[in-house]
Design a protein around this ligand. Structure first.
Ligand code: DGY
Length: 329
């Protein structure tokens, strides 16, 4: 009998074709929105494999319902949406898609840096609303990026790629990470420093750590107050790493200059305070959203599923230990 694979969303055709070529019985949520939980609980009952999104909460209840389930393939690098420990206890392999989305996520980080420093989204709104009447020497002045200090919090693959690109723009690089990255330091003349020192010295602070218990609310009001009043916070990792109400307060009271966000504490909800502020650029979690990257992610996610179902080794197995969260990003 063909193994049943349930896909919680339609993914690029490259991944679907691969699953078909491996003789899988594919069932896909037909709607262009997250699958309803009741439907997922029903579909998972006879599924051998699950291909899910970062927006699907794969908890004990779902895992228990999957009595035949052998593999959960997450269409993302981050896997805080899955109870990995519980899945592993039940001998279900969990996989992710690291590496291939490093550059795309680093690029969106750069896009946010440019957007906030040069007030790109604010300026776009200005023109669209008919306010551009005449050139002015003081209109919508932003901040230089070159010569400024970029503080990278979490120096894994994505953090390092951001650092390399930012170095090319003439930025000075400092970073905070559990371990030193000597070759990165050499490449971009970076310095490893403590988190408080990084917050105090950076003109741009960018977050590239996974969401685990220890990193939830890593940036709250205390940390925002350590930052320069002229500094910007960039978050393209996971929303709950930043205390969103504290950020709104800091932005409203000019405790920091601005923020560029791709992710939110209660995604897809965005704190209403953020929507009213001009000194913040907000994107709908687009980190890996390029045609090329999403196609590669579809292939890797499908390959991960096939490998486990065929009893082969998948390269991207997520380990239940917390420190592997860091290593795998
Ligand atoms: C991921 O894969 O974890 C990213 O957040 C997707 O943009």
């Amino acid at each position: 009998m063909k193994p049943k694979i349930y896909l919680t969303r339609k993914i690029p055709s490259e991944g679907i074709e691969l699953l078909k070529a491996h003789n899988c019985h594919i069932v896909i949520n037909p709607l262009d929105k997250p699958v309803n939980r009741k439907i997922l609980l029903k579909e998972i009952k006879d599924a051998d494999g699950l291909l899910c999104m970062l927006s699907d909460r794969i908890d004990k209840e779902i895992i228990d319902a999957g009595v035949k389930l052998r593999v959960i393939s997450n269409y993302a690098v981050g896997y805080d949406n899955i109870d990995v420990n519980y899945a592993c206890k039940k001998n279900i392999t969990v996989t992710n898609t690291p590496g291939i989305l490093t550059e795309a996520t680093a690029e969106i980080t750069l896009a946010l840096i440019f957007a906030v420093a040069r007030r790109v989204t604010e300026a776009d709104r200005f023109v669209r609303t008919g306010k551009f009447k005449v050139w002015s020497p003081t209109l919508l002045l932003g901040r230089d990026i070159h010569g400024k200090t970029l503080g990278i919090v979490g120096c894994g693959r994505i953090g390092q790629s951001v650092g390399i690109k930012a170095h090319g723009l003439g930025m000075k690089i400092i970073y905070y990470n559990h371990s030193a990255k000597p070759s990165f330091e050499k490449k971009v003349s970076a310095r490893k420093i403590s988190l408080p020192a990084l917050l105090k010295q950076s003109d741009f602070v960018t977050l590239h750590i996974p969401l685990i218990e220890q990193t939830k609310y890593l940036v709250g009001l205390k940390e925002l107050k350590m930052m320069k009043r002229t500094a910007y916070l960039i978050n393209a990792s996971r929303g709950p790493i930043v205390h969103e109400s504290a950020l709104v307060y800091a932005l409203r009271h000019n405790i920091i200059a601005g923020a560029g966000l791709d992710v939110y504490e209660k995604e897809p909800q965005v704190h209403p305070g953020l929507l009213k502020l001009n000194n913040v650029t907000i994107l709908p979690h687009l980190g890996s959203a390029t045609i090329e990257t999403r196609a590669r992610m579809a292939i890797i996610a499908a390959e991960n599923l096939i490998a486990v179902l065929e009893g082969k080794k998948s390269h991207f197995v997520v380990q239940p230990r917390r420190d592997n969260h860091r290593r795998n990003r």
